[in-house]
Write a protein that binds this ligand. Structure first.
Ligand code: SF4
Ligand code: SF4
Length: 194
């Protein structure tokens, strides 16, 4: 294959808009400096559960591989621990890149993004109501909204946790829950999702 044909093929697969969106976030342009050293992947405590390592995600973003990046489970597995960001020798804000990729996946209506959105919204609703998480309600609501049949399989586990006192069903709101609600409401007005 001629060199110019290879170039044309490569450019056809590149999503330039996607690259512009990522480069446009504060610090996003820094991914151009990535030297593919793999420190981020070696540092990441959850890379074992990712289908693409953080290093691969950065390389794929640079190559404009929008669909492959946005359908990867990596962006949803990221625990936002910032270890990669702290250790990257090129000072690339990898965690922030993961956040923007989550947003882009949500806007694109990706299936994994929808489940994550339901989880995030349910979690935020519970924190708004009680001032803290309520695990039994979180899991029940999440399963019913995303996988009602799967919820039946988890019923036995839930019951055992409840019997042994490890997952209480009730919850009392914290002392100044109104103050926390004002903070969450304000964050949502400012464009916070979830
Ligand atoms: S640590 Fe930084 S420079 Fe190294 S591969 Fe990851 S993003 Fe690239
Ligand atoms: S911020 Fe995400 S990608 Fe980076 S090390 Fe932590 S879990 Fe891994």
């Amino acid at each position: 294959m001629m060199l110019k044909d290879r170039k044309a093929l490569f450019e056809r697969d590149m999503d330039l808009e996607f690259m512009k969106e990522v480069h446009g976030i504060p610090g996003g342009d820094a991914i151009k400096r990535c030297i593919q050293c793999g420190t981020c992947s070696g540092t990441c405590p959850v890379s074992w559960a990712m289908d693409k390592s953080p290093r691969q995600i950065i390389a794929m973003v640079r190559a404009g591989m929008r669909d492959k990046v946005l359908t990867s489970n990596t962006i949803w597995t990221c625990a936002s621990c910032y270890s990669c960001t702290v250790r990257c020798p090129q000072e690339i804000k990898i965690t922030d890149v993961m956040y923007i990729l989550k947003r882009l996946a949500m806007r694109a209506g990706q299936k994994k993004a929808k489940a994550a959105q339901v989880f995030s919204k349910t979690f935020t609703d519970l924190v708004r109501r009680y001032g803290r998480n309520q695990e039994a309600q979180l899991m029940t609501r999440y399963m019913l909204k995303t996988n009602p049949l799967g919820a039946i399989g988890f019923a036995g586990v839930g019951l055992n946790l409840f019997r042994t006192g490890r997952m209480p069903l009730g919850a009392k709101p914290i002392k100044d829950v109104q103050g926390l609600r004002r903070i969450i409401d304000r964050a949502q007005q400012l464009g916070g999702e979830g």
